[in-house]
Write a protein that binds this ligand. Structure first.
Ligand SMILES: Nc1ncnc2c1ncn2[C@@H]1O[C@H](COP(=O)(O)OP(=O)(O)OP(=O)(O)O)[C@@H](O)[C@H]1O
Ligand SMILES: Cc1cn([C@H]2C[C@H](O)[C@@H](COP(=O)(O)O)O2)c(=O)[nH]c1=O
Length: 189
């Protein structure tokens, strides 16, 4: 199983991953960007805001993804893998490009590997605004509410197009309710 937790910034992915680590201690937990040695450097570059070209920024994330698939996902193929983000973020955040074109580019980076299970935590604009106001924002978060809600819509569209097992969860539910829904989803398949 290659399960991924998706959602825009502050959706609650890290919170749920910490709980999943306790529930599934034998699983491989990983993340994008920054799940490999090279990925840590690429993550810093991508999030610094240094790339003036959005296409250059997208290729930094794609390079991270290619290395992550090769170094982490392929090496844990027979285990349960749970990842913080995946190619779905890659497709959604590169919002200047068409989704179908991005699916093809991402399949090159992943050597045609797709997640088997996707959990999307969905935020309302109001809750997103509140959560962003509670933290220091990086260069991507500074793009604002409308930008991030558009990314969330693109995540939904991408997941449906890829025809993967998925669950969409209201990210404003209580932490324990979300935890239970995720556990039921993972255990069901
Ligand atoms: N269900 C919830 N209800 C209310 N607040 C929550 C809930 N889940 C997480 N939070 C809070 O929202 C904030 C963001 O959560 P978290 O860091 O888990 O999100 P994230 O998706 O990992 O964010 P990022 O992508 O920016 O790293 C934290 O302050 C966290 O405590
Ligand atoms: C994989 C991926 C991520 N991003 C963005 C999304 C977030 O703003 C950051 C990652 O930081 P987090 O700690 O996981 O929230 O990068 C992106 O723009 N493109 C991608 O492919």
């Amino acid at each position: 199983m290659y399960a991924v937790i998706e959602g825009i910034d502050t959706a609650g992915k890290s919170t749920q991953l910490e709980l999943l680590k306790k529930k599934f201690p034998k699983a491989t937990f990983t993340k994008e960007p920054g799940g490999t040695t090279l990925g840590i450097k690429l993550r810093t570059m991508a999030l610094s805001g240094e790339a003036k070209s959005k296409i250059a920024e997208m290729f930094l994330f794609l390079a991270d993804r290619a290395e992550h698939i090769e170094e982490v996902i392929k090496n844990s193929e027979n285990k349960m893998i749970i990842s913080d983000r995946s190619m779905i973020s890659g497709i959604a955040y590169a919002s200047q490009l068409d989704i179908d074109k991005l699916i093809n580019l991402n399949l090159i980076a992943t050597n045609n590997t797709l997640p088997s299970h996707v959990i999307l935590l969905k935020l309302s604009p109001e809750e997103l605004k509140f959560r962003l106001s509670q933290k220091e924002n990086d260069s991507i978060e500074l793009r604002g509410i409308d930008y991030l809600i558009n990314i969330q819509n693109r995540m939904e569209e991408t997941i449906k197009k890829l025809n993967i097992n998925y669950i969409f969860i209201d990210a404003s539910l209580k932490i324990e309710e979300i935890e239970q829904k995720i556990e039921d989803f993972i255990n069901a398949k």
